[in-house]
Design a protein around this ligand. Sequence first.
Ligand SMILES: Cc1cc2nc3c(=O)[nH]c(=O)nc-3n(C[C@H](O)[C@H](O)[C@H](O)COP(=O)(O)OP(=O)(O)OC[C@H]3O[C@@H](n4cnc5c(N)ncnc54)[C@H](O)[C@@H]3O)c2cc1C
Length: 282
Amino acid sequence: MADVHVPSSLDEVFRLLDEEPSARLFAGGTDIMVRSFPDMRERGSFLCLERVDELRGIHGSATEVRIGAAATLSELIASPVIADLFPLLREALRHVGAPAVRNMGTLGGNICTASPAGDSLPPLYILGAEVELRSLEGRRRMPIGAFITGPGRTQLEEGEVLCAVVIGKEQGFNFHHFEKVGQRKAMAISVASLAFGAETRRDGTIVKARCAFGSVAPTVFTSRLLNDTFAGNTLNTAVLDRAAAIVREGVSPISDIRASMEYRRQVAGNLVMRLEGAGKDR
Ligand SMILES: Cc1cc2nc3c(=O)[nH]c(=O)nc-3n(C[C@H](O)[C@H](O)[C@H](O)COP(=O)(O)OP(=O)(O)OC[C@H]3O[C@@H](n4cnc5c(N)ncnc54)[C@H](O)[C@@H]3O)c2cc1C
């Protein structure tokens, strides 16, 4: 049988990791238990992070919000701070699985799984989120786009723990939109998703825009060319046509049991076209 440790402080986590570097971290367990169930009946150690206080909570400074990696998705959805400052993230989290999954699943787990379909990832890219990693050696911080290096791959090193996600308070977006296409409305991993944030003038002209797509490339797909296409324009059909062409050209989806490569490419462009009727003021 596997050993499961439930430390209550980061010091204890690092001590246990020092003693047993091969111990596998988990928080809500909603990803790892699905993948590791056969191992649970074999040998090896698992280290549960859910009771580590330093990894919980949402704390604000003058300029940033620090979200503990073990904050559950439900906690984030219920948080007035997230609703007020990062409604795009909240909207995306509402699309993860179903309530039971969101009650157990954590933001840190969603990030470290590094699935191209992770629903928190496109908004976190748009918001310029950074991850804070800690180990016995110290602490480092990097943009989420640098942390995730491929499907299921991150920069996390042995002995390191993702402690927090840090997001700047000043985003300047007054228009946001998240849409996910899956095989069902709930409990569905995305076939393609789009997170969009923009600063617009009263007349709807876009000052700046950021787009990020899930499930259509090995990691979240972003494109400066695409973002620049929106600047100085309204979300009119001609602009969206151009943007959709850039997206379909730029993405590199795979075919799998959920959808074909061609379908994902088409849908990614369609998600952009649908911006014309979407969005809301904060
Ligand atoms: C039925 C079902 C439906 C789902 N639907 C969706 C969906 O619609 N959208 C979606 O994005 N996901 C979905 N998921 C996946 C999963 O629920 C989420 O990715 C969730 O956020 C994972 O969080 P967790 O805390 O449960 O991760 P865990 O399973 O605990 O951990 C996942 C991985 O992250 C690592 N890890 C966790 N926390 C840390 C940390 N602090 N530091 C370092 N490493 C860490 C673990 O070692 C493991 O490799 C679904 C899962 C299930 C079972």
